[in-house]
Ligand binder design. Structure first.
Ligand code: SAM
Length: 206
C-alpha cells in the first residue's frame, strides 16, 4: 500500500520480474493511517521509516489501529525510524540551518545525478522536521532536470518510540538498533517488532 501511484507502478514492475504467483500479491493505493483490508496477516511491515511521514498523533493512532485490525492471532508488525544524532533539545536548536548539503552523486551516461537536502522548517512541539530532497540531473555540466521532494519526518527516540507502541496496546517482541547487529538505542536505526498485547489505546496529543 502506498499513497503514491508512481511508487505502486515501480512495485508492479519489480513484481513482474519475479516468479511470484499473482494471487500472492495485492497492491492498493491507500493511506496507511486509515485503511480497511478486511484481511489478517502474520506479518505487517512498513519499511524505510514510513511511520515518520505521519506528522500527527492522530495519524499514528490511525495506523496502529489498522495494524490491530489486520494482525492475525500471534502475528507481528515491524516498524522502523532513524535514531536522531541530536538529543531532543539539540535537535530543536541545531537542526534548522540554511543552505543545501550534497548527500550523494552518481555518474550516469553523459553526466551525473545528485541529491542534496535543504532544511526548510521544524515543528518543535511535535518534533517534526521538514527537509526537501533536491534531485538534479546533469548532461555534461548542464543541469537538465530538477525535482524537489518535500518530506515530513516525525522524530522518535529509543524511549519515545517504544512508548508509542506500548501506549497502543502492543507488546514488544524484539528491538534492533540497525541492520549490523547494533544494540537498540546505539545504532543508526530504531527497529521494533511487536504484537497485540492488552487493550488498544490512543493518545490525545497532537
Ligand atoms: C521512504 S518511502 C518507502 C517506500 C517503500 N516502503 C520502500 O521500502 O521502498 C516512503 C513511502 O511512504 C509513502 N507514504 C507516506 N505517507 C503515506 C501514507 N500516509 N499512506 C501511504 N503511503 C504513504 C510515500 O508515498 C513513499 O512512497
Amino acid at each position: 500500500m502506498d499513497l503514491s501511484p508512481a511508487m505502486l507502478d515501480l512495485c508492479r514492475s519489480k513484481i513482474a520480474k519475479t516468479d511470484l504467483p499473482p494471487e500472492r500479491v495485492a497492491i492498493s493505493r491507500g493511506d496507511i493511517s486509515s485503511f480497511a483490508l478486511n484481511r489478517r496477516f502474520d506479518l505487517i511491515i512498513a519499511p524505510f521509516r514510513v511511520l515518520q511521514n505521519l506528522e500527527t498523533i492522530a495519524e499514528v493512532d490511525g495506523l496502529l489501529h489498522c495494524v490491530h485490525e489486520c494482525l492475525a492471532p500471534g502475528g507481528t508488525c515491524i516498524l522502523n525510524v532513524f535514531r536522531p544524532i541530536y538529543g531532543p533539545d539539540e535537535l530543536r536548536e541545531k537542526w534548522l540551518v540554511p543552505g543545501e548539503r550534497l548527500n550523494w552523486e552518481v555518474q550516469v551516461e553523459g553526466g551525473k545525478v545528485t541529491c542534496s537536502d535543504r532544511r526548510v522548517r521544524i515543528d518543535k512541539e511535535r518534533m517534526v522536521i521538514y527537509p526537501d530532497l533536491v534531485y538534479r540531473r546533469y548532461q555534461g555540466f548542464a543541469l537538465v532536470e530538477e525535482v524537489v521532494m518535500h518530506l515530513a519526518m516525525r522524530c522518535y527516540y529509543p524511549e519515545t518510540f517504544e512508548q508509542v507502541i506500548l501506549d497502543h496496546g502492543f507488546e514488544i517482541v524484539s528491538r534492533w538498533g540497525g541492520y549490523q547487529g547494533d544494540q537498540y538505542g546505539e545504532g543508526p536505526e530504531l527497529v521494533l517488532q511487536f504484537r497485540t498485547g492488552g487493550d488498544f489505546g490512543g493518545q490525545s496529543k497532537s
